[in-house]
Design a protein around this ligand. Structure first.
Ligand SMILES: Cc1cc2nc3c(=O)[nH]c(=O)nc-3n(C[C@H](O)[C@H](O)[C@H](O)COP(=O)(O)OP(=O)(O)OC[C@H]3O[C@@H](n4cnc5c(N)ncnc54)[C@H](O)[C@@H]3O)c2cc1C
Length: 440
């Protein structure tokens, strides 16, 4: 290969790609671009240990700058990819330079959606968001969390663990309704109710009200926000990264709310007229792929970067992680998965594919994810959403120790469970085989 491998995005997928290239023996140049000022860090602890304060933020760092340098990975924090020209094999960066590449990996992740037209809402995607939210939570009395997906449920659990009153609102009748279905969702609702969460389900947020009496209405279908950008900046080590983040945090949260410090939130209004008083709103209503920099490149985009089963999107262009919609031969469609384990898998497959090495392509990969809420760890293999039937095959939902199998017709599409990690590992095989074991 002549020219460097350029990786846009220094999150879990980008870092896994860079690491795997080295592990597989590639000794050419690797450029790892990250638009955040931080060394690569892990996101799952952000809504759990970092948000509650159980971990110092630097525990989430995956690889320090020194470690990256020692592996010969040229890490460029505070440097965004802004435009790709696949015909010329060049990438333009936010610092104005244009560089050539032998292989380009798009690993730019996703950006959180926000409630449109409203002031004063927190989101949680990156380290800076987390420190900003944590600062605000330590001063808040009543928090409204909008969206009862995994992230909203984890933020709710963290805030309750900090002793803050929380209302959790979602238009679906149970938390985690879309990803896990109503059966497990009902169990999760009980978990949060037992911890004193005020659950407001089955109604959408219609407006946010501020202390000055402004009411900002929300269209029935939230409009995805433009991908956010983090101001560029370079720090010398993970520890200085964290200090810089804290400084940003203090500046941005002068009035607790980054988007409109002068007019703070007073209440969330639901579409049935319910008024939920709150001095902090956290929006957790999903994400959109960060593909703005690819818009005019001709690289196929739909819900993310459209790839084949090896992560190839175009000549010399691959995509990995949350931003990538990989072809699944088993499902006969493109699948975009926003889970940590998949980001690592993608990175390892893409690295081997770039080097022309054989690898396990998508058919052999079983997605895995977990979520920690209070002392409950929920785990799942496969893709549970959209199944026809959910069957509890071990334990019980009442005990919150169980294994549930997700079926579409006779086909096993996923297993999900809690408190039974060993049994879950055994049930994973049913997802690989796509059918129930003979004795079931
Ligand atoms: C708070 C939180 C908790 C989570 N908890 C869990 C969990 O419990 N279990 C689980 O399985 N998954 C969890 N996830 C999901 C998991 O963290 C993601 O699937 C994983 O981080 C995806 O990695 P990625 O590298 O694709 O994207 P990211 O980690 O988002 O990394 C992408 C990077 O690219 C940067 N970037 C964007 N645009 C550009 C550009 N133009 N140029 C350069 N850089 C750019 C971004 O700033 C970011 O640093 C969680 C996610 C969050 C946010």
């Amino acid at each position: 290969m002549t020219g460097p491998v350029v990786i846009a995005g220094s999150g879990a997928a980008g870092l896994a790609t860079a690491d795997a290239l080295r592990t597989e023996g590639y000794d050419g140049a690797i450029l790892l671009l990250g638009d955040e000022p931080h060394a690569p860090y892990d996101r799952p602890p952000l809504s759990k240990q970092v948000l509650t304060g159980a971990w110092r933020p630097d525990r989430a760092v995956l690889r320090s700058r020194a470690e990256l340098a020692a592996r010969g990975i040229d890490f460029r924090p505070g440097t965004a990819a802004v435009a790709l020209d696949p015909a010329a094999s060049t990438l333009t960066l936010s610092n104005g330079t244009t560089i050539g590449y032998a292989a380009l990996v798009a690993a730019t992740g996703v950006a959180p959606r926000r409630l449109p037209g409203t002031p004063a809402q927190h989101v949680l995607r990156g380290l800076d968001d987390t420190l900003r939210l944590r600062g605000a939570l330590t001063r808040a009395r009543r928090v409204a969390v909008v969206g009862a997906g995994f992230l909203g449920c984890e933020i709710t659990a963290a805030a309750r663990t900090m002793g803050i009153a929380v209302t959790l609102a979602d238009p679906f009748p149970t938390p985690l309704h879309a990803p896990l279905g109503p059966l497990l969702g009902t169990m999760i609702a009980g978990l949060h109710r037992d911890r004193g969460v005020d659950l407001r389900l089955g109604h959408a947020v219609a407006a946010l009200e501020t202390v000055s009496g402004n009411v900002a209405g929300i269209p029935a279908t939230p409009v995805p926000a433009a991908p956010h950008t983090t101001p560029p900046g370079v720090a010398a080590s993970p520890n200085t990264d964290i200090r810089a983040a804290n400084a940003n945090n203090r500046a941005a949260t002068a009035g607790d709310h980054p988007t409109n410090a002068g007019d703070r939130i007073a209440a969330v209004l639901l579409d049935d007229g319910t008024r939920i008083p709150a001095d902090l709103v956290v929006t957790a209503i999903g994400c959109v792929p960060r593909v703005g920099w690819l818009r005019d490149s001709g690289v196929p985009l739909a819900d993310g970067v459209v790839c084949d089963a090896h992560g190839r999107a175009a000549e010399r262009v691959w995509a990995a992680g949350d931003v990538a919609a990989w072809w699944s031969p088993a499902l006969g469609r493109h699948v975009r998965v926003e889970h940590r384990f998949t980001a690592g898998q993608h990175g390892r497959i893409v690295a081997r594919d770039i080097l022309g090495l054989p690898h396990d392509a998508a058919p052999d990969q079983v997605p895995y994810f977990w979520s920690d809420q209070y002392d409950l760890k929920i785990q799942a293999y496969g893709l549970p959403s959209g199944a026809d039937e959910v069957r509890i095959v071990e334990g019980s939902l009442d005990e919150r120790r169980f294994v549930a199998v997700y079926l579409s017709g006779d086909e096993v599409t996923a297993v999900a469970g809690a408190g039974m990690a060993r049994a879950m590992r055994q049930w994973r095989q049913a997802v690989v085989d796509r059918r129930l074991p003979a004795a079931t």
